[in-house]
Design a protein around this ligand. Structure first.
Ligand code: NDP
Length: 229
């Protein structure tokens, strides 16, 4: 099985890559800046046949096109769209529209553009899976505290594009769904987070393994429950 993991140089992306390799899968792991991705490069030198590294900035259409070209002759079984940014976008009365735009560019459009570009390679798999890292903060039903306009809206929009992908690709046997990894101890999650990356990812990999057509177009959390949109 070939997995793609974006934003694999740190945080959840690095942990996805570690655990997938430990399970014996092949991984194409991507990072914006491979020179600075020391842990990922160390991992690659210990598993040169299973792990290949690629430069990819999902906010840059040219970078996406170049990566998609590299993948053109491969069969992608699982695309894990992990890369994302936490832009809060200021507070009401002093909203930062450039930050809001950056949130959409990476979290929503970057993820969608990459997915679209990789469709030919996903179509070669018998039952490909597209897994988009969303957040409970992107759930309208779960929003009880307001604020975080940029992050919440960009992830809510990601939820919507994932639902459309699920419907548009259903006839081809490709499933697409979003996951909430929990509140995880990474640079983004910060020091007060509730679970470590290892716990989050081992649980998420079970969710991904189990996912079938009935999972497509749904919002799953790390413990296997469905989250309301
Ligand atoms: P981190 O901030 O620790 O890591 C984010 C990763 O995304 C980095 O590898 C970063 O690369 C990469 N990235 C950012 N922008 C781009 C871009 N334009 N192109 C390619 N890669 C990019 O975040 P986490 O590991 O914690 O989060 C991973 C995913 O999980 C995100 O989508 C996040 O929204 C989601 N999530 C995380 C939660 C948590 O508690 N941690 C909770 C809910 C959701 P670089 O090093 O170059 O910046």
């Amino acid at each position: 099985m070939l997995y793609i993991v974006t934003g694999a140089n740190r945080g959840l992306g690095l942990e996805f890559t570690r655990q997938l390799l430990a399970r014996g899968h092949r991984v194409f792991a991507t990072a914006r800046n491979l020179e600075q991705a020391e842990e990922l490069r160390t991992l690659a030198s210990s598993a040169p046949d299973a792990l290949q590294l690629f430069t990819l900035d999902i906010a840059d259409p040219t970078s996406i096109a170049a990566f998609a070209k590299t993948c053109a002759d491969h069969t992608i079984d699982v695309l894990i769209n992990n890369a994302g940014i936490l832009e809060r976008g200021g507070t009401l009365g002093a909203l930062d529209y450039e930050a809001i735009e950056r949130g959409f560019q990476v979290n929503t459009m970057g993820t969608l553009r990459l997915t679209e570009a990789l469709l030919p390679a996903l179509r070669r798999s018998q039952g490909a899976k597209i897994v988009n890292l969303s957040s409970k903060m992107g759930s309208i039903a779960e929003n009880t505290s307001g604020g975080s306009y940029a992050y919440r809206a960009s992830k809510a929009a990601l939820n919507m594009v994932t639902r459309s992908l699920a419907l548009d690709l259903a006839a081809e046997g490709i499933i697409a769904f979003v996951v909430h990894p929990g509140w995880v101890l990474t640079d983004m999650g910060g020091p007060n987070a509730l679970i470590d990356a290892q716990t989050s990812i081992s649980n998420l990999l079970h969710v991904i393994d189990r996912a079938g057509p009935e999972t497509s177009g749904t919002f799953q959390e790390w413990q296997g429950n469905t989250i309301a949109w």
